[in-house]
Design a protein around this ligand. Structure first.
Ligand SMILES: CC(=O)SCCNC(=O)CCNC(=O)[C@H](O)C(C)(C)COP(=O)(O)OP(=O)(O)OC[C@H]1O[C@@H](n2cnc3c(N)ncnc32)[C@H](O)[C@@H]1OP(=O)(O)O
Ligand SMILES: O=C(O)CCC(=O)C(=O)O
Ligand SMILES: [Zn+2]
Length: 463
């Protein structure tokens, strides 16, 4: 059972020690690494952003949350009106700046849901996403949206096999659609689908044209997920030098690059990042909201904490996971099964001294809890000692080390539950107190454990 999925409580039979969220060391002997000097040293990170990164928007970005547009293109997604409204409200309460909705041209329900969400009075701006076509634009502006995201493929693949239009036609239609949307007094964005397989001259030329006629944002799209961070940096940085408007980026995750690419895009001067909850979308989807938040929190925790209601993330992911009938992936940043569970003895000791040793994200900032797992063969005496203290038992370090050896011996056969570990420690402590046990007396300990097992069995039979 996962400690973090669905709820945030560890079942009593889990071999976990809950470590308090505050980074207070558990005993004074372990206090040394938290001195002011060592904290100062940690701050001198040679890889931290430099003042010379003048293009960087790592601490100045907007999220365009597209669970209700790109996310609806996920194979398992079917959102009824009630679910769309619940997701929109949750995203708004989390604090995303924009919510993007499916084209109202897709179906009558899509149109009326879009109009209904516009009437909710959310803080987030509501966008809808349309083809670069006047028919779609006319329907979109009637829904009450705050802005329209217009897209058309510019790569030779899409020009030949999707819409069949050349760059001259694309440019003409883009101008017509943009001017029409602008005339309604709402935001408009123009994006080139499949940007990374499009001709750079074509791209820069159309972006420059739409910038001149006053588009609010231009969008770059890695529609097939083929781009790597260096390519993203180059294209965004080049575009930054060509247009004055904001730059949005939409990144598919086919090769697992979507979060890294989003981070790099911000470094190069992008202003808006598209996300969806859990990354859902066409095929394997796009930059996941939670993963992006984890990445940007690691870069500037204070900025991200001030901007978003981070403890809501788990609730939003659970809401969407349930709606599209998937589990939260075990390796999900922040909310994954064991995102804040520490196991190996070396890690556990350092975590007990100072959680920052092995954690870049603070679980308490996300309303979550840290655990140290101890009932296994990789455990160490420092972690066991912390449990001994939690149980209020008095054992010397030599005795804790002796008890740890027994836990390891048993865990070589099977992982021990928290109850197993606790009873072993209680039996060990009882043996020391009664004088029946001394450090290193393996047979005596085995005898005491057997007796405890017999008594426990007797209790169960008797009750
Ligand atoms: C990469 C992305 O994710 S882009 C967003 C994708 N979103 C969607 O597709 C929204 C859901 N889509 C739909 O409901 C439908 O596809 C509709 C309503 C948009 C269009 O439906 P249909 O008219 O039946 O056309 P169909 O889906 O078969 O083909 C797409 C049509 O749009 C044209 N087209 C494709 N992309 C674009 C574009 N970006 N701009 C303008 N026209 C486009 C194609 O040439 C084709 O036109 P055709 O009818 O002359 O052949
Ligand atoms: O409108 C955009 O920028 C992106 C459209 C899209 O979903 C894609 O290209 O993958
Ligand atoms: Zn997409």
């Amino acid at each position: 059972m996962c400690p973090h999925q669905n709820d945030n409580t560890t079942p009593s039979n889990e071999p976990m020690v809950h470590i308090p969220a505050a980074s207070t060391p558990l005993n004074s002997k372990q206090n040394t690494p938290s001195t002011a000097a060592s904290v100062e040293k940690q701050k001198q990170n040679p890889y931290a952003p430099r003042a010379s990164d003048f293009l960087s928007n790592i601490s100045n970005f907007n999220i365009i949350e597209s669970t209700l547009r790109e996310g609806e293109q996920f194979a398992n997604a079917f959102f009824d009106t009630k679910t769309k409204i619940a997701i929109a409200k949750a995203l708004d309460a989390f604090g995303v700046e924009y919510i993007e909705l499916t084209s109202p041209a897709a179906s009558e329900q899509s149109r009326s849901d879009c109009a209904a969400i516009c009437k909710l009075g959310l803080k987030a701006k509501i966008l809808t996403h349309i083809r670069c076509h006047m028919d779609d634009a006319r329907i979109a502006v009637e829904t009450g949206v705050d802005g329209v995201d217009v897209v058309i493929g510019t790569s030779s693949f899409l020009r030949e096999f999707s819409h069949g239009k050349d760059m001259a036609y694309i440019t003409r239609t883009a101008i017509e659609v943009i001017e029409f949307v602008k005339s309604k007094g709402i935001e408009v964005r123009f994006s080139s689908e499949d940007s990374f397989r499009s001709d750079l001259v074509d791209l820069l030329s159309i972006y420059s044209t739409v910038d001149k006629i006053g588009v609010n944002r231009v969008g770059i799209a890695d529609t097939v997920g083929c781009a790597n961070p260096r390519q993203v940096y180059d294209l965004v940085r080049t575009l930054r030098g060509v247009v004055g408007c904001d730059i949005e980026i939409h990144l598919h995750n086919d090769t697992g690059m979507a979060i890294a690419n989003a981070y790099t895009a911000l470094e190069a001067g992008a202003t808006h990042i598209d996300t969806s909850v859990l990354g859902i979308g066409e095929r394997v989807g796009i930059t996941p909201l939670g993963g992006l938040i984890a990445c940007l929190y690691a870069a500037n925790p204070e900025y991200v904490k001030a901007k978003y209601n981070l403890p809501m993330l788990r609730e939003i992911e659970n809401l969407v996971a349930e709606a599209v009938e998937v589990n939260i992936p075990f390796m999900n940043p922040i909310t994954g099964y064991c995102a804040f569970t520490h196991k190996a003895g070396i890690h556990a000791k350092a975590i007990l001294n100072n959680p920052s040793t092995y954690e870049i994200l603070k679980p308490e900032d996300f309303g979550l809890t840290r655990y140290v797992s101890i009932g296994h063969r990789l455990t160490g005496w420092n972690a066991v000692k912390s449990r001994v203290e939690q149980l209020g038992l008095k054992l010397t370090d030599a005795e804790v080390k002796d008890a740890t050896n027994k836990i390891k011996e048993l865990a070589d056969v099977r992982t021990q539950s928290m109850d197993d570990v606790d009873s072993l420690l209680r039996v060990y402590h009882g043996g020391i107190e009664s004088g029946e046990l001394e450090v290193g007396q393996k047979e005596a300990l085995d005898r005491l454990l057997r007796r405890h097992q017999r008594e426990a069995k007797g209790d169960r039979v008797g009750s």
